[in-house]
Design a binder for this molecule. Structure first.
Ligand SMILES: CC/C=C\CC(=O)SCCNC(=O)CCNC(=O)[C@H](O)C(C)(C)COP(=O)(O)OP(=O)(O)OC[C@H]1O[C@@H](n2cnc3c(N)ncnc32)[C@H](O)[C@@H]1OP(=O)(O)O
Length: 719
């Protein structure tokens, strides 16, 4: 709703009231309509100020209302009525003015922002466009290039940036409502003709066709199949080429298409899923709202390889004091230089001073004695990690949290060797750790709720999307990757090429297909793991038996490439060829194609034609099936956790919601039917055996994703 009061004698103050972000729900919209009418009809009121309760202007349309039968007054006529008012209406922006919130402010005649406010039109991130006039008013106010940038990226700007762009008229360090009230009185009675943005001509650059085409090309490239960014460009183009009323019609048309698209639903699901994972709970019953995190002021990183360096940067950028430890002097010096470089580049990008002095470097593990939390990032070797952890237990002050950045080793096993296993958790960062948003916080049966809460909170402070998961081989993300990779290898054996598989996955929306991704991360990484698992055999035997390992079908293709020294981009050769080691442009490699032909012949494999549909079904449904197993095992608390992990850590396209959401969109019965089909064709592949949770969900009528937890709980309570 909206509150009304008269302040300073002559100012009608309308306060949006809908905690926590004053979203424009039906009641708020009705309140605004009523209160604006009241203010305009009151002869004692000379001007109007609109603000939000609790220092927060407005977080935009109420996303929870999307997909419901929306009632209440629509936004567009409400904002038009404000703009048409014959008394000055001033928006007092504190906190955030986002989406419909900023569009409301753009309908006002003046905007005054607090210096800490943030503004933006993030609708594109929800699969939508700013359809309350935002695509038509913003370009008229700030010009086409700036509007295109803000609307197609959805990025937020600070109040100062908004002032520079011309979005706001004034920025203040004082109470923005008080300043707006005073200001509104100072302009009362003045003509408002020049203050109605919808009447402005849209400033057009001379080469506007080239501008729009260039932007459209870039936007399509970045969108990976998402339709909202493309619609945003089309809507802004309408602002540039059509009169305001026609532009508004185009905005509404484009919005209607987006609104009913599955993509918008998927992106809005992601919005809420990202917030839901913060409300973590452990099988023990410990939960986010009953477990108090310990304060962390000083942290240490042990091992300054690629991951350790990224983690050090991320911690320092969060404002923590960091002790960075590397035992070898040469590596320590190299790491110091690399970390300083990363911090300097990051600071330059953000226009702030680098935080180099927050980090102290040492070769001596005793330097960590006073830290609150340690993140170990040494080589993936259980014996080495155990030794480091034992040293840490002896050196650190009591209560210091011991975190491992392992991606593959057993966190419980490591904890079990410690005198205080309750202080041990996994903090699985993704490379590059200062850039990637995802953090898996891995708890074991003995991890204390406080340890989990502390790691989750630290992740949040570091700007990560942190997801609490149980301990198992590969945790959630990498565990689901195994069947995905395995199917990709099998498809090559059966007749596909890396190009065909990658094209299918990239057209689905992944920024990189599985083989290009493997080349980027290095083929030797998986090879080392397979060697440790005793799956790699040097024997070049042929025939089917040579492709059975530990009782299941196995493809040695990756191993054979590694034996040739083809480790991917770093060696200039992998599934593709590169101009030189380290180069990023993948080119088709005739050698690889001949190698596949020869390999299939040697193993008696008759190649067949494989289409993109089969690639998607086999790779993605195998991955999804493992997701159901993870839910059944209680490793992830709900499908949202898995989806957030895949969207933020593995490039799963956001407009497809995440693997579990996608399964629901495709239809669980269809996923099950296709898995059964492929399992019959490949009975020696256990990953294709449909998970019993999937079967039970289908048997119970394929409930919507928000009801899966009930089925999972029922199953777990029967165990
Ligand atoms: C005709 C169509 C016209 C316009 C379309 C739109 O306006 S679409 C909406 C555009 N607005 C946004 O995308 C903003 C979304 N919100 C945010 O970015 C952040 O919530 C915000 C406002 C920056 C605050 O961040 P903070 O970290 O402080 O809080 P948090 O994100 O955890 O949110 C707190 C709870 O508020 C819920 N929420 C936030 N925004 C909305 C919203 N617009 N509608 C409904 N609910 C919203 C959020 O889900 C949190 O609740 P929870 O129960 O924890 O999920």
């Amino acid at each position: 709703m909206a509150l009304y009061s008269r302040v300073s004698g002559f100012v009608g103050l309308i306060t949006l009231q809908n905690p926590p972000v004053n979203a424009l729900s039906a009641a708020v919209r009705q309140g605004i309509v009523d209160m604006v009418e009241r203010a305009l009809g009151d002869p004692n009121v000379k001007s109007v100020v609109i603000c939000g309760q609790n220092g927060n202007f407005c977080g935009g349309a109420d996303i929870k209302e999307f997909g419901t039968n929306m009632s209440g007054p629509p936004l567009v006529p409400m904002i038009d009525a404000i703009e048409a008012a014959n008394k000055p209406v001033v928006a007092a922006i504190e906190g955030s003015a986002l989406g419909g919130g900023l569009e409301l402010a753009l309908g006002c005649h003046y905007r005054i922002a607090h210096s800490k406010a943030r503004l933006g039109l993030p609708e594109v991130t929800l699969g939508l466009l700013p359809a309350a006039g935002g695509t038509q008013r913003l370009p008229r106010l700030v010009g086409v290039p700036a509007a295109l940038n803000l609307i197609t990226t959805g990025r937020h700007v600070t109040a100062t940036q908004a002032l520079q762009l011309g979005i706001v008229d004034q920025v203040t360090d004082h109470n923005a409502v008080d300043v707006a009230v005073k200001f509104s009185l100072s302009v009362a009675g003045q003509s408002l003709d020049a203050r109605r943005i919808s009447t402005y001509p849209c400033p057009l650059p001379s080469d506007s066709d080239a501008l729009f085409e260039g932007v459209m090309q870039k936007v399509r490239q970045r969108a990976h199949g998402a339709i909202a960014p493309v619609a945003c460009v089309q809507a802004v183009r309408a602002a540039a080429t059509l009169p305001y009323s026609k532009g508004m019609e185009r905005e509404q048309e484009l919005m209607a298409t987006l609104f009913t698209s599955g993509q918008a639903r998927a992106q809005q699901y992601c919005f809420f899923a990202q917030r839901a994972v913060g409300r973590w709970r452990m099988p023990s019953g410990a939960r986010w709202d009953t477990s108090k995190p310990r304060p962390v002021h000083k942290a240490a990183v042990i091992g300054l390889g690629t991951m350790g360096r990224g983690i050090t940067v991320a911690l320092a950028q969060t404002g923590l004091s960091v002790v960075a430890v590397e035992t070898q002097e040469k590596q320590l010096m190299e790491a110091k230089q690399a970390v300083s470089g990363m911090l300097e580049r990051g600071a330059k990008r953000h226009g702030v001073a680098p935080t180099l002095d927050r980090i102290s470097y040492s070769q001596n593990i005793h330097a960590v004695a006073e830290v609150d939390l340690v993140i170990e990032a040494v080589f993936e070797d259980m014996a080495l990690k155990t030794e480091v952890f034992q040293q840490l237990s002896a050196v650190c002050k009591p209560g210091t949290l011991l975190c491992t950045n392992t991606s593959a080793l057993d966190v419980d096993k490591l904890a079990s060797k410690m005198p205080n296993p309750e202080l041990v958790v996994g903090m699985h960062f993704f490379a590059p750790a200062h850039v990637m948003k995802l953090l898996e916080v891995v708890y074991g049966p003995r991890s204390s709720p406080q340890a989990v809460a502390t790691a989750m909170q630290l992740g949040k402070k570091m700007g990560k999307v942190s997801v609490a998961v149980g301990n198992c081989r590969g945790f959630v993300g990498n565990r689901m990757l195994m069947p995905y990779l395995q199917q990709a290898f099998f498809l090559l054996e059966e007749g596909a090429t890396p190009e065909l598989v990658d094209r299918a996955l990239e057209e689905f929306g992944f920024p990189m297909g599985v083989f290009r991704m493997s080349d980027l991360s290095g083929l030797d990484v998986g090879w080392r793991v397979r060697k440790r698992d005793e799956l790699v055999e040097p024997d070049m035997a042929s025939g089917q038996s040579a492709r059975i390992r530990q009782g299941s079908r196995y493809s040695p293709l990756g191993d054979l490439l590694c034996e040739q020294g083809r480790f991917g981009q770093k060696t200039g050769r992998g599934w593709y060829q590169y101009d030189k080691p380290g180069s990023r442009v993948a080119r088709s490699d005739p050698w690889l194609h001949s190698f596949l032909v020869e390999y299939r012949a040697r193993h008696g494999l008759v190649p067949r034609s494989i289409d993109q549909q089969e690639v998607l079904e086999r790779c993605l449904y195998a991955l999804i099936n493992e997701g159901f197993r993870i839910l059944e095992d209680g490793i992830a608390a709900g499908p949202e956790d898995i989806d957030v992990i895949y969207v933020f850590g593995y490039g799963w396209p956001k407009h497809r919601g995440g693997p579990m959401f996608y399964a629901g969109m495709v239809g669980l019965a269809k996923v099950l039917e296709r898995l059964e089909h492929y399992q019959q064709a490949h009975p020696d592949v256990p990953y294709l055996q449909p998970c019993s949770l999937l079967r039970r969900l289908v048997a119970s009528g394929s409930p919507p994703i928000h009801r899966w937890r009930e089925a999972i709980k029922k199953r777990q309570s029967q165990l």
